[in-house]
Design a protein. Structure first.
Length: 158
């Protein structure tokens, strides 16, 4: 008989933060895709002067998929605990649930995205700090022993 592990507060927080990130990135990325000139988001194309982009279309697509779709799908799989086979093949921790590994990667992706963005636009605003902290928080919660144990076949609390 398989005993189902009870989700911890950390598990619920992790799911919430992925949904927060994902829904925001779907909205933000969607706006950039629909309006690549930045008019809907009130962002002038001038901020892209030191980047390889002429408009916001490619950044919008990256934002929408990598930080929108991926975190929402990860949250769904963390909540349902169904297997996420694609991320399982890319897993650093083979004994851990694929969505748990995906959660760790999303933290890295978010921190990397914001860091590159700050470097390229040569500016730091409140939202950059907020999202760097959110990326760190996602990684910290993902690595909590109670969360890691819940999404693993191995007991990390030993």
């Amino acid at each position: 008989m398989v005993v189902k592990k009870q989700k911890t507060a950390g598990c619920y927080m992790l799911i919430f933060f992925h949904l927060l990130l994902g829904i925001g990135a779907l909205a933000g990325g969607g706006v950039l895709i629909i309006s690549p000139d930045g008019s809907m988001s009130s962002m002038p194309l001038e901020i892209l002067r030191n980047t390889p982009f002429n408009n916001f279309l490619i950044p919008g697509i990256i934002l929408f998929t990598c930080l929108g779709v991926l975190p929402v799908v990860t949250a769904i799989f963390l909540a349902s605990e169904k297997s996420l086979r694609v991320s399982g093949k890319l897993s650093l921790y083979k004994e851990a649930h694929g969505a748990w590994n995906s959660s760790l990667y999303i933290g890295f992706i978010l921190i990397g995205w914001i860091t590159v963005q700050m470097y390229l636009i040569e500016e730091v605003v409140f939202l950059h700090v907020f999202y760097i902290l959110l990326g760190l928080l996602i990684q910290i919660i993902t690595l909590l022993p109670s969360v890691k144990n819940h999404y693993s076949d191995y007991d990390y609390r030993k």
